[in-house]
Design a protein around this ligand. Structure first.
Ligand code: COA
Length: 243
């Protein structure tokens, strides 16, 4: 792969117009500590601003996609202000995810738990290996599922989200497909080639058409249909389609 840059917890690689972001704490199953989430946030933002990047692929090094928030600490309960700060930080991260215009494909293998599951489903497409495990253990751990509930409810509806967030049982890739959390299930050795194939297909299209369509999909999901159709017209006008 050309143009490789690596830092501590997120590996960044370019291949043509596809940017690969790989969570890189394999010894901790890519659990998301503050360093990783800040580096990922910066990498997402940089990719989104780079006109040479058409599509992003997000994956995890080692045997998991991401085991969620980093739970390691002193073992003592952190002060509530610290918890509030962490939750607020993760919500800011997901707010950033939903405003990105570059299509994102998650390539998920092994565990995708809590914030890791949220990271996957916040991407536009999810390709999962058949060994992927999805789940939200927060409530079971005595924490409100604060940052992760809104995106999940938004995507899969109240009933299925309640089951995942409150029953706290992990699900396999087939169940995740049934819930509408993922798009494809493949053998583990086909994971990256499948995600790459999709990314290259998208990158082969006109980039403005791709980005504007992602923007429209993202924005119209929150709108009544008449307003969404108006937005579609505005985007077509802005793209000069009616000239
Ligand atoms: N935070 C910090 N470290 C984590 C972690 C997390 N969320 N998840 C895994 N790790 C670390 C483990 O502590 C272990 O580190 P060590 O080798 O230094 O002891 C390493 O990753 C491997 O994990 P391990 O538990 O040995 O692997 P496993 O295959 O037996 O179990 C899990 C995998 C995912 C079931 C288990 O690690 C787990 O339950 N993790 C916590 C998941 C979670 O609750 N996430 C938070 C959501 S809010």
């Amino acid at each position: 792969m050309a143009d490789t840059a690596s830092n501590k917890t997120v590996t960044i690689k370019n291949e043509g117009a596809v940017r690969y972001l790989t969570l890189n704490r394999p010894d901790k199953l890519n659990a998301m500590n503050r360093v990783l989430s800040d580096e990922l946030s910066a990498a997402l933002s940089a990719a989104d601003k780079d006109p040479d990047v058409a599509v992003m692929v997000i994956t995890g090094e080692g045997r998991a996609f991401c085991a969620g928030a980093d739970l390691s600490g002193s073992g003592e309960s952190p002060p509530s202000r610290e918890i509030a700060d962490e939750v607020s930080h993760s919500i800011t991260f997901y707010q950033q995810m939903v405003t990105l215009n570059t299509p994102m494909i998650a390539a998920v293998h092994g565990y995708a738990l809590g914030g890791g599951c949220n990271l996957a489903i916040s991407c536009d497409m999810v390709v999962a290996a058949d060994n992927a495990v999805f789940g939200y253990p927060e409530v079971k751990l005595g924490m409100p599922a604060a940052g992760v509930s809104p995106p999940l409810v938004h995507q899969i509806g109240r009933k299925a989200a309640f089951e995942l967030l409150v029953l706290c049982e992990n699900i396999n890739a087939e169940k995740a497909l049934e819930f509408g959390m993922i798009n494809r299930i493949v053998a583990p050795d086909q994971l990256m080639s499948t995600a790459t194939g999709i990314a290259e297909q998208l990158a082969g299209y006109d980039h403005d058409a791709l980005w504007l369509t992602k923007q429209l999909i993202r924005r119209c999901a929150d709108m009544p249909l008449p307003s969404a159709l108006e937005l579609g017209r505005d985007i077509a006008l802005a793209a000069g389609m009616y000239k």
